[in-house]
Ligand binder design. Structure first.
Ligand code: FES
Length: 130
């Protein structure tokens, strides 16, 4: 994926580059720090969370940008198998059941997914792994 751009301290991704229902990883500035973020497209809506499992603080993907999904479509942590609802980031099974992924502010404006910290001095749209 090569459609990242940076303006006004935000990270922007063209929504059309995400398959509907998919999860992708981007790097963005969140609370002033460069973070790995999971983006999930659900039709015209997009949700975003830190790529960080609340169980043991490991990344959720098994390789950069490669996410496990259950048969029901839930996001599964590659480390110990916790399952997260892509509707709200809630852990629904596994060692951190009842906890939640940390949501990242995201919006869709004129066909672009906009995420990150609007107050940040500069965005860090480094790459996506697909
Ligand atoms: S770190 Fe994700 S389930 Fe343990």
């Amino acid at each position: 994926m090569s459609s990242l751009s940076s303006r006004e301290g935000l990270t922007r991704v063209a929504i059309d580059t995400l398959e509907d229902g998919s999860c992708v990883e981007v790097e963005a500035r969140v609370d002033g720090e460069a973070e790995s973020v999971v983006l999930h497209r659900d039709g015209d809506a997009v949700r975003a969370w830190l790529n960080l499992c609340p169980h043991a603080g490991r990344r959720l993907d098994w390789a950069p940008g490669r996410f496990l999904r259950s048969k029901a479509g839930d996001l599964v942590c590659a480390a110990h198998g916790a399952s997260f609802s892509l509707a709200d980031g809630q852990c629904i099974a596994g060692p951190c059941r009842g906890e939640s992924l940390r949501a990242v502010e995201v919006s869709v404006v004129d066909g672009e997914i906009v995420l990150g910290d609007p107050a940040a001095d500069a965005a860090a749209p480094v790459r996506t792994a697909d």
